[in-house]
Structure formats: C-alpha cells, structure tokens
Design a binder for this molecule. Structure first.
Ligand code: DUC
Ligand code: ZN
Ligand code: ZN
Length: 455
C-alpha cells in the first residue's frame, strides 16, 4: 500500500533515540519508519533537520474567565492557531468551575466551544473550586469522558480550597485515575505578604513578587505533596519557579509519592528585575508564581538536565495590556491581571535556553515538550511519540536564528514579554495527521479542525 506522505532526509528524534530514517504516513498515522521507503503520493525533504513529535502543551489558559472576571485575550481559535505556528499540535486548556457552578456543566460547555474553534487537537482539565453537591459523581463522569486532570488552588480567595476539601478532591481523583494539578503557593504567606505591602503603600510590581515569595512556593509545594502522600493521588505541581521546590518533589518521589513537576520557559529566561520598574513597563512580566533570579534559572536547568523536571509547558495566560492595567499606569499590583503569554514560543524558548545554550540534548527536549506532557494527560503514545500507529503530528525543527517580534506571532495579546530576544531555532513545518498545516508556505489552520483526545 502506498504512503500518503514520505518524509526523507530527516533526523527522527523522540524521547529515546535519534535515527536517520524515512518516515511513511498513511491515513493520518505513522505507518512505517525505515530506509528506502517506497515513494509516497507526496514527498517532503527534511534536509537533514530534526523531525520530532508535535509539541503537547498541557498547561494553557484559553477562552477562560479568571476569578477577577477577566476573559483571556486568546480564545480556542486564536490560542490554538498561535500554538501550531510554534510547533505545538495538542493543547490542554481548562474548564473553570467558579463557585456555585457544576463541574458537569463547565466541562460540557468548554468541550462544545473547543470543538467549534480549536485548530489543534486538545484535551481538557477541570479547575475545581467548589467540591460540594454532586461533585464526586460529576468528577467521575468527567473522568469517564476523558478529561486529563483536575486543577486546584491553594491560594486566591475565589479559587482556593481548604486543606480538607483539597484532600477530598485528591481522594476522588485518585479513585477515578486522574492526576491533581496544584497551584502550590501557601495562602497565609501570600496574603500576609500582600497585606504588608499594601499597608506600606508599596503598590508596584515588585510587591507582587515580595508577596508571592520563594518561601510561599516551598510551603505550598510541601502541602501539595503531603496531600498527595496522604491521599495516594498523583500530584502534578504546576508552574514551579524554584529549584528547591523540585528538590522537594525529588525527595517525595524517593518516598514513593507520585509527583509530576512542571516548569515554564519564563522561569528559565526572564528575570525578576523586570518587575523593578514602574507600570506600564513592568506589567507584561507579572505572573504567579513570579519571575525569580539567575540562581533559580540555572538551578532549574540543572534539574532538567538531571531528569528531575518532567514537563515544560507555557502556562499561556493571555491578558491584554488593558486587562493588566485596569487603572492605567497607576494600577496597583493587587489589581493587575497576572499571567504571561507564551504558547507559540515555548519550544523555541526552551531549545534556546536549555539545549542551544545549555546542557540538554534533543532527547531531553522532546521528552519535556511533548512526550511527558502526553504521558501526564494520558495521551501517549498516540501523542508525544514516533511509534507506528501514532498520530502523524510532527515538527520539522530548524536551526534558524531569529529575533522575537510580537508582530510575527499569531496570538491576540498585543505584546510579548520576549520582544527583541534572540532565539536559535523554530519549526520550518508543522504537520497534523500527516498534513502540513503551517510552514512551507502552508496555512491550513481553521476553526474546528482539532479533535478532542481523551485520557
Ligand atoms: N496560575 C496559573 O496556573 N496560571 C496563571 C496564573 C496563576 O495563578
Ligand atoms: Zn496556577
Ligand atoms: Zn496556569
């Protein structure tokens, strides 16, 4: 049987090995890997470049209303389109339960909107803020429907769960086989820090970092791990910003606790000193947990090289400058929407910081941006692998230095915190289901082409 497409002259790389071989695609799946494959209906010459599984971004906020009432600047269409231009072919956003809402309804509504608008394949997490009423049954039904994980918060007044409720969610998630993603910052430390800054009339961006301190993250991570240890649930530590928090994860794994640790490119490339300037200049850099210093950046990269960090996701949290600064340049840190956009640049940023200029190799790179996020969300080996039968979602990775300009990106945010940064590589072609979707002058993106991929 002929192939629909054969990719030749590629260096095929997954999380295990690099092979010089042809890759044959049939009916949207990887059908054969070997040398001298028969001619396909179409042929693609990778020109010696790496060919890797498409990126899987298991932490993105799209079409999501924040607890402050801000709608993300990217919806499922603009966010997923931006993702694929950067080499990400599967995203996992959130259905957000605000208090008083039912889990079943928010999951159903998000799946319906995603089905209409996503251009890449997608999973779905559910944020749980109110675990009362029929929540246990509804969570079990959501797991049955294929959601990837539950997310809970240990801080933020409108989102946080008490320790007892968090333990209940963990026990229920364990029973239905879902990991629990935790926003792990200790509420009492964050709140006390914030109140002290406000009382001292220190309202600038640096005060955000003072209140969301390193210690608050460590205390939150310790609590999340304790909840996982007691309940037996798998704990997925979201957006870890300090190497010491990774060390807590490593210790816990040594005791048999199932801990998955994630960090994000902004913690590897951007510095807390960006907050030490007045608004509006500091606004693009406000996120939680906040940016840290050089010691944290190098410590995280060391731990990635040691295999102690599982995932690098974007935590794409797209808010416009108007949302960041509801009161103009006089906006206090307590009023600003916080979160950084980064869905399109995730692969190029990690590659530049940790492979091109750091100790990671291509196997680490694929593991962090694709294979492990797919495994975490129960999508492997369909996603995140080059196995025979896997979806032919592929990236041709090109060593092509370039300067970041927001005007070259495809999101709807209006700025990028990485403006002017030099990056070492980017995709030259991105394939989904064996079709070149972007790159090589193609743009086959369209709302609704993405499919739901369940756990
Ligand atoms: N938590 C996230 O997961 N993303 C953005 C901001 C936040 O608090
Ligand atoms: Zn969070
Ligand atoms: Zn997030």
């Amino acid at each position: 049987m002929t192939f629909d497409l054969v990719i030749r002259q590629g260096r095929l790389v997954d999380a295990n090995e690099i092979r010089q071989a042809d890759l044959g695609i049939r009916a949207g799946h990887i059908a054969e890997i070997g040398s001298g494959l028969a001619e396909g209906v179409s042929e693609l010459d990778a020109g010696g470049r790496y060919v890797m599984p498409g990126g899987v971004d298991s932490h993105v906020h799209l079409d999501q209303l924040s607890s402050k009432g801000d709608m993300t600047a990217d919806d499922f269409w603009t966010g997923s389109r931006s993702a694929v231009f950067g080499g990400t072919t599967t995203v996992v956003p959130f259905a957000a339960q605000h208090r008083g809402m039912s889990i079943a309804q928010v999951v159903e509504a998000a799946l319906e909107r995603a089905g209409q608008h996503m251009t890449v394949d997608y999973g779905l997490h559910v944020i749980v803020t109110d675990f009362s009423g029929d929540a246990v049954t509804e969570l079990a039904a959501a797991a049955e429907a294929g959601i990837a994980a539950v997310k809970i918060y240990l801080t933020y007044d409108k989102l946080k769960l008490t320790g007892a409720a968090a333990l209940e969610v963990m026990a229920s998630a364990r029973d239905v086989g879902l990991p629990v993603m935790v926003h792990a910052e200790a509420d009492e430390l964050v709140t006390r820090g914030r109140d002290q800054q406000v009382a001292a009339r220190e309202l600038g961006a640096t005060s955000h970092a003072v209140s969301h301190s390193r210690e608050a993250e460590l205390a939150g991570v310790a609590e999340a791990i304790a909840l996982g240890e007691q309940s037996g649930a798998t704990v997925y530590l979201a957006h870890v910003s300090t190497p010491q928090a990774i060390d807590l994860a490593v210790d816990a794994r040594g005791r048999g606790v199932n801990v998955i640790a994630e960090t994000c490119p902004h913690y590897l490339l951007l510095d807390e000193s960006t907050l030490d300037q007045p608004m509006p200049a500091a606004a693009p850099f406000l996120c939680s947990p906040p940016l840290r210093g050089a010691a944290e950046r190098s410590g995280l990269i060391e731990r990635m090289a040691a295999g102690e960090v599982d995932l690098v996701t974007s935590d794409h949290s797209p808010y416009s400058m108007d949302q960041k600064l509801p009161n103009g340049p006089g906006t206090a840190f307590t009023e600003a929407a916080n979160g950084l956009p980064g869905i399109e640049l995730r692969l190029a940023l990690l590659y530049t910081a940790a492979v091109h200029e750091g100790p990671l190799d291509m196997l680490d790179f694929v593991r962090l941006v694709s294979t492990n996020p797919a495994k975490t969300c129960g999508l492997y080996p369909r996603k995140g692998s080059l196995e025979i039968g896997a979806d032919a979602d592929l990236v041709v990775w090109d060593d092509q230095p370039h300067t970041v300009r927001w005007s070259d990106l495809h999101d709807n945010v209006g700025y990028t915190p990485y403006e002017g940064i030099e990056l070492a590589a980017r995709p030259s072609a991105v394939l989904m289901g064996g079709e070149v979707v972007v790159g090589l002058e193609a743009d086959e993106t369209r709302p609704g082409r993405g499919r739901f991929v369940g756990r």
